[in-house]
Design a protein around this ligand. Structure first.
Ligand code: UDP
Length: 331
């Protein structure tokens, strides 16, 4: 199989590229290196079945050329991370809408299957214990910037499903819940790389709000396995799937666990949301996927639990510190 991965030099995309190459596929990556990094795919550059193109997913000519060369498209390119979404809302909305329009339009012309990665943010503020794909979505008002991300990804979902219904473009949607692993950066607000960096750099570990909010973290290898399985099965077109892990933890417990596992003396501090993200920020108290559908369809079962994930991230961040000077944590 020849796969195009948009956003393939990002955290999840680079792990996906690696997994596809390992099973013998050819991989083209398109990435503008805005939040992705060439270093994420450096180890793949010598592989004859791999090519990384630096370019913009909203650039039709570039995407059209790559579309010719591939059989399937994993569309991961997007503006991600709560920090980026809050700081750069125009960029978030435009990248997420325009990029997906271009990819779907060109994929439809050539009839190439598309897997669109969406996000658990679309479930919004729903207080349900776990979220199923057919649940109502409870997104906040438009004066709160955070929700622009959920809405832009939701429009991407609608568009992908519309292409399937109206033009028979095989498109499948994967709603990714909090994903973690080596190469994820804390720069855009993700909690685990932030806590691990703070712990290793002897900086205060910054717990936002009460710390009682809960998240369920999935390991990137499990997530990538799910994406490949959803692409491989032909009858997933027109369907939406949650992808994640259904064991959750509170953020304050997470801070203590990271501190312990990193052997750190860092202090754990509370930071009000207003201070972290500006006034009027809304957070979710819990967010957990109902995984019944993906388990039923492709036999998905997360293999990694939190301590093993943290071990990998701590090890990665430690070795990164040995090869280059530690970057100061700014929050
Ligand atoms: N968080 C935190 N300290 C940080 C970064 C994040 O307490 O330095 C919290 C954040 O407010 C949220 C949770 O950790 O409640 C998960 O945040 P992340 O941005 O990783 O993912 P999301 O909010 O999209 O679930």
């Amino acid at each position: 199989m020849n796969a195009l991965i948009t956003g393939g030099a990002g955290f999840i995309g680079s792990h996906l590229a690696e997994a596809l190459l390992a099973r013998g596929d050819s991989v083209r990556v398109l990435d503008d290196l805005s939040t992705g990094a060439r270093s994420n795919v450096a180890a793949l550059e010598g592989n004859a079945r791999f090519r990384c193109v630096v370019g913009d997913v909203t650039d039709r000519a570039t995407v059209a050329g790559l579309m010719e060369e591939c059989d399937v498209v994993f569309h991961l390119a997007a503006a991600v991370g709560v920090r980026l979404v809050v700081d750069s809302p125009v960029r978030t909305i435009e990248t997420n809408l325009r990029g997906t329009e271009v990819v779907l339009e060109l994929a439809a012309e050539k009839n190439k299957k598309v897997l669109l990665t969406s996000t658990s943010e679309v479930y919004g503020k729903s207080a349900k214990a776990s979220f199923a794909e057919t649940d109502d979505l409870l997104i906040g008002p438009s004066n709160m910037g955070r929700w622009s991300y959920a809405c832009s990804k939701l429009m991407d979902e609608f568009l992908a499903l519309a292409y399937w219904r109206e033009r028979r473009l095989p498109a499948v949607v994967a709603r990714l819940f909090n994903t973690v692993g080596p190469r994820q950066t804390g720069r855009y607000g993700m909690v685990i790389p932030s806590f691990v960096s703070q712990a290793l750099d002897h900086q205060p570990i910054t717990v936002h709000g009460t710390g009682k909010q809960r998240r369920a973290f999935a390991y990137v290898a499990d997530v990538v396995g799910a994406l490949v399985a959803l692409m491989d099965r032909e009858d997933t077109a027109g369907e939406v799937f949650n992808v994640g892990n259904d064991q959750d933890i509170s953020i304050e417990e997470l801070a203590r666990l990271v501190k312990k596992m990193a052997g750190s003396a860092s202090e754990i501090v509370r930071v009000p949301y207003e201070q972290a993200y500006g006034a009027g920020f809304e957070d979710m108290q819990r967010r957990m996927p109902d995984l019944s559908k993906i388990k039923r369809w492709v036999g998905y079962e997360p293999r990694f639990q939190l301590p093993a994930m943290l071990e990998q991230v701590i090890e990665f961040e430690r070795s990164r510190r040995e090869t280059r000077p530690a970057s100061p944590v700014t929050r």
